[in-house]
Ligand binder design. Structure first.
Ligand code: UTP
Length: 289
């Protein structure tokens, strides 16, 4: 019986430089896909997976996210006056309950591993999930629900993986695979952003993790890795041997919304899933092409 996953960390303190100038003032995680900011998709995915405590690691210029999850009294009063019950529900239901949402600060964006380390006081010896809001996964059930099912079978550390073209291995954490049943790949090592010629596989880690608290033993050391950043991959790699480590091939389609092409594609894909939009969007795109 594995310890249940009740907490999730959302690292949202990065600079989003690949998305400038949009992210000069606006946090990348507030970019909307159709009509919802990325961070809200991430919170909803976690909520659907039974997460009870949501920890956002924010940074300078990220206050919009806190505002997004607060009550908007004036807006709610106006919507109520105008009888806009549907819109009122939309804005009232989007946040976790009081006391379930916590914020901590990463004072400088020193890397994903450092951002996760900043949440250490909230984790206190429990397994936890990490969701990068800029990786959006379109799937039913959600990616984290699928991962928790897999975690309940194998325990330890479980990360979401997908195969990428070999020329892209230098963008991801890559698994060195010991055994693979097509759904779960057991790793004997991990390498962050290897050159394609040196990558041990093409199985790459995307922004979904279930981690045991032992990862903090390694993050505590603040060792820098690829790109001079404190890498989560390096800390996870050091737990292999003590804790089982599996890559889980989720079902669904991932969009890297940290890139312009990924973000635009996600907008089209999510719009096509919507009954109120799909016909219009399909016609517009057809006409445009
Ligand atoms: P990315 O590396 O994709 O985000 O990190 P970035 O650094 O903001 O983007 P670019 O490369 O400059 O365009 C994935 C997630 O980790 C968070 C980011 O906010 C993003 O959600 N992150 C990254 C942090 O919270 N702190 C960091 O130091 C780095």
């Amino acid at each position: 019986m594995v310890q249940p996953v009740r907490k999730a960390v959302f690292p949202v303190a990065g600079l989003g430089t690949r998305f400038l100038p949009a992210t000069k003032v606006m946090p990348k995680e507030m970019l909307p896909v159709v009509d919802k900011p990325l961070i809200q998709y991430a919170i909803e995915e976690a909520r659907d997976a039974g997460i009870e405590d949501f920890i956002l690691v924010t940074g300078r210029g990220k206050n919009l996210m806190e505002d997004h999850f607060d009550h908007a009294y004036e807006l709610e009063a106006i919507l109520m006056d105008r009888g806009r019950a549907g819109d009122l529900d939309t804005v009232q239901d989007l946040a976790p309950g009081s006391g379930q949402l916590s914020y901590t600060r990463q004072r400088r964006p020193l890397g994903l591993g450092h951002a996760v380390w900043c949440a250490r006081q909230f984790i206190l010896g429990e397994p936890f999930a990490v969701i990068s809001p800029d990786d959006l996964v379109l799937s039913t059930p959600g990616c984290l629900v699928q991962m928790i099912e897999a975690y309940n079978e194998v325990g330890g550390n479980v990360v979401a993986v997908e195969d990428v073209p070999r020329e892209q291995t230098n963008r991801y954490g890559i698994l060195d695979v010991e055994s693979d049943d097509g759904r779960l790949a057991k790793a004997k090592g991990l390498i962050e952003k290897p050159d394609p010629a040196e990558a041990p596989s093409t199985l790459s880690i995307i922004g979904r993790y279930i981690l045991q608290p032992e990862v903090f033993d390694h993050l505590d050391k603040h060792e820098t890795g690829a790109g001079g950043e404190i890498q989560l991959t390096d800390a996870m790699a050091k737990t292999i041997g003590n804790i089982p480590f599996h890559g889980f091939r989720f079902s669904g389609k991932r969009f890297d919304c940290g890139t312009k092409a990924g973000f635009v594609t996600a907008n089209v894909a999510y719009a096509m899933e919507r009954d109120d939009l799909s016909d219009e969007i399909r016609e517009s795109i057809k006409a445009f092409l």
